[in-house]
Ligand binder design. Structure first.
Ligand SMILES: Cc1cc2nc3c(=O)[nH]c(=O)nc-3n(C[C@H](O)[C@H](O)[C@H](O)COP(=O)(O)OP(=O)(O)OC[C@H]3O[C@@H](n4cnc5c(N)ncnc54)[C@H](O)[C@@H]3O)c2cc1C
Length: 388
């Protein structure tokens, strides 16, 4: 749903200009320094990028799913680390609060997440609990009015720089699987909460990812999201459901950028006395990429509109995430091919994005996990009338 087309177009133009004029020119610097320059982060704050998905009542932009998809396809046309800097706040790191937080929790944290004053992170994964997140072992034991947490979270985006951690821990020791898990809001500086140094990664340099270590970390019971004990996994799934739509848009932006890069390279690189764009096998890679970008965008926008209309889009969100992330991987591979040997040398977007976008097929549900979800839902609804 687009509330005000004129206002949205202004927002998109502003974001497009920021990405093109300020982020893309310093992509290599960010890749090498493994850090987003502070003046760029300040600009992200002033543009309101940290709060697009947070309701207006708490200082955010209150964008609908459809609007957010359009913005996300713009912001992700620069190297992925830029979007990752604010993407947690306007996605997975605020969404648990948005969907299930108490009014007091929302008032306390959301305005500061929306402005970018604080950075949030979402800490679900553990060394023994990845695709099967319900196998998590972090414990939260009640002691009077407090909970004491112990455990280790790994691969957490923005953990090394986060001020607010949404940590999922088992509050019912007798429970198994998705039951008995609660979501805790823990602030940086809380005794017993520590973070590791950022990992060295294949790509997405400038987006710090690390571990969260909980050692007798004591927090009041009021830190549980919504003060709803044992409901944390449902909260996580609600947040991830929306995030899958966001992520699909964030896979389409890089593919659009890579297609542009492919076309320019093909139009300027000469071999056998002509531009390589004249060769039909190069044209095939360009055409296939454009078709797949169009298909991903069509699926995404339809899903976003259905979500805005109140439909349950759990299966469609998985389809969007699967299709867009796999599509982006194929486009990145073709971009390197069109660049030839140059595509393997670290001086162009094809090389940079090829490394960056590999992550999309792994996090927020691997491709295999999404296929399983889609298959289950397809089989469960096989005899329902189409369109349901
Ligand atoms: C850079 C980065 C950032 C991340 N950010 C966050 C974050 O902010 N917060 C957070 O909580 N997590 C985060 N993650 C974790 C991410 O969500 C997990 O890595 C992902 O869920 C996969 O889990 P795993 O790595 O343990 O792989 P595994 O679950 O061990 O999977 C290994 C392989 O087995 C396959 N597999 C597993 N189960 C099945 C099955 N049933 N059928 C078929 N195949 C299967 C998988 O598809 C995969 O190919 C991040 C990860 C990375 C790398």
């Amino acid at each position: 749903m687009i509330r005000d087309p004129y206002k949205l177009e202004q927002l998109l133009a502003e974001v497009r200009q920021f990405i093109k004029e300020e982020c893309i020119p310093c992509e290599r610097e960010v890749d090498q320094a493994d850090e987003i320059p502070s003046h760029i982060v300040a600009r992200m704050r002033s543009l309101g990028l940290f709060g697009h998905s947070i309701p207006e009542a708490y200082g955010g932009g209150g964008l609908t799913s459809e609007e957010l998809c359009l913005v996300n396809m713009e912001v992700s046309q620069a190297a992925t680390a830029f979007r990752a800097r604010f993407g947690g706040n306007t996605g997975i790191a605020s969404e648990s609060l948005v969907v299930d937080g108490t009014e007091e929790q929302k008032q306390h944290y959301l305005p500061r997440l929306a402005s970018g004053e604080i950075t949030g992170c979402f800490a679900l994964t553990e060394p023994g609990a990845g695709s099967d997140a319900t196998a998590l072992k972090t414990t939260a034991v009640r002691r009077g009015g407090d909970y004491v947490l112990n455990g280790l979270k790994c691969y957490i985006t923005n953990a090394p720089i986060a001020d607010l951690f949404t940590v999922f821990a088992r509050t019912d020791p007798e429970s198994r699987g998705a039951h008995g898990i609660s979501a805790f809001l823990i602030e940086k500086g809380t005794s017993g909460l520590a973070v590791s140094l950022p990992y060295r990664k294949m790509g997405q340099h400038g987006s710090p990812v690390g571990e969260v270590i909980l050692t007798d970390c004591s927090v009041p019971a009021s830190s549980i999201v919504g003060e709803m004990e044992n409901q944390g996994f449902r909260t996580a799934m609600k947040a991830l459901n929306k995030q899958r739509i966001n992520l699909a848009a964030l896979c389409i932006g890089p593919a659009i950028r890579l297609l542009d890069e492919m076309v320019s390279r093909a139009a300027s690189r000469q071999q056998f006395g002509q531009n390589i764009a004249e060769f039909q096998m190069i044209q095939q890679m360009i055409a296939q990429s454009n078709i797949e970008i169009h298909a991903a965008r069509a699926l995404l926008m339809e899903t976003a509109r259905k979500r805005d209309a109140g439909a349950d889009v759990t299966m469609e969100a998985s389809m969007c995430k699967f299709f867009a992330s796999e599509m982006c991987g194929r486009v990145a591979d073709r971009a390197v091919q069109v660049f030839g040997g140059g595509g393997y040398i670290a001086d162009n977007a094809a090389e940079l994005f090829y490394r960056d976008v590999r992550l999309f097929r792994l996090y927020e549900g691997t491709s295999q996990i999404h296929l399983i979800n889609i298959a289950k839902r397809t089989m469960a609804t096989a005899h329902e009338p189409s369109g349901s």
